[in-house]
Design a protein around this ligand. Structure first.
Ligand SMILES: [Mn+2]
Length: 257
């Protein structure tokens, strides 16, 4: 079974269209979307409309949950921007998505870890960056899940890990947002170092897993301009460079005439 794995689209329709164009030549058996589908200042409603029309397997991410469950005033700016553009049919669609899904007996889809859409499964925060976690904490975060292949997103870092017990875990990276900062558990930056749109194709045959990571050019300059116009210099910088905007860079940019 050949599985195209998309995650963390974050309302970036331009990046999603680049992935869809690339998928046309690959004809996977199934396309899965691992959540954080709309949150952000770009094209939340158009992204949701497109995805709702596709025969993909979708699960929800923490941001999809947060923009449904929180009052507008309590949302972060990315969730609020998306929420303001979504209509009831988009919200009803998001509300129906499960937090995890089993593609078959062996394959589990989740956003963060199987039990927590906010938990980093393959990374740990080290100072103000993230790095690959050791096998033991990854195994702990997997919990009692019985699957030989786990597909996850959330940290936007493309990675394929095989634990000593043979379980394979693949994060395809982010379709729509190549870098971000977060304050949980403290301020840190997550960066892929390239503005390209990411996804993966996982070919699972009995006894083997072949993983192909794909990085695609698309019109990230237009996406970045759109974020800047929405007063999101952090997104504008991340989309154009694949690096996160440091607080010191942001204040320096503001001080410029
Ligand atoms: Mn997430």
């Amino acid at each position: 079974m050949r599985i195209a794995v998309l995650a963390d689209i974050h309302g970036n329709l331009r990046a999603l269209e680049a992935v869809r164009a690339d998928l046309r030549d690959r004809s996977p058996d199934v396309v899965v979307n691992l959540g954080d589908t709309v949150s952000g200042p770009l094209q939340a409603a158009a992204t949701a409309d497109l995805l709702m029309s596709q025969p993909f397997v979708h699960i929800r991410g923490n941001h999809d949950r947060q923009l449904l469950n929180r009052p507008l005033a309590a949302m972060g700016p990315s969730d609020r921007a998306a929420r303001e553009h979504l209509t009831s049919r988009h919200l009803e669609w998001l509300a129906r998505l499960p937090a995890t899904h089993r593609l078959d007996d062996e394959i589990l889809l989740c956003h963060g870890s199987p039990g927590d859409d906010l938990e980093y499964l393959l990374e740990e925060v080290d100072g103000d960056r993230v790095r690959l976690a050791a096998a033991e904490p990854i195994r702990t975060h997997l919990g009692t899940v019985n699957a030989s292949l786990v597909l996850c997103g959330h940290t936007h870092i493309p990675r394929s890990v095989r634990l000593p017990d043979g379980v394979c875990i693949v994060n395809p990276g982010s379709v729509g947002l190549p870098a971000y900062d977060d304050t949980r558990p403290w301020l840190h930056y997550v960066e892929t170092g390239s503005p390209q749109a990411r996804y993966a194709v996982v070919d699972r045959s009995p006894g083997t897993v072949r993983v192909e990571f794909i990085a695609l050019d698309y019109d990230w300059e237009s996406a970045s301009r759109e974020a800047a116009q929405a007063n999101r210099p952090d997104w504008a910088h991340a989309l154009a460079t694949g690096y996160a905007l440091r607080a010191s860079q942001a204040s320096a940019a503001e001080a410029r005439p």
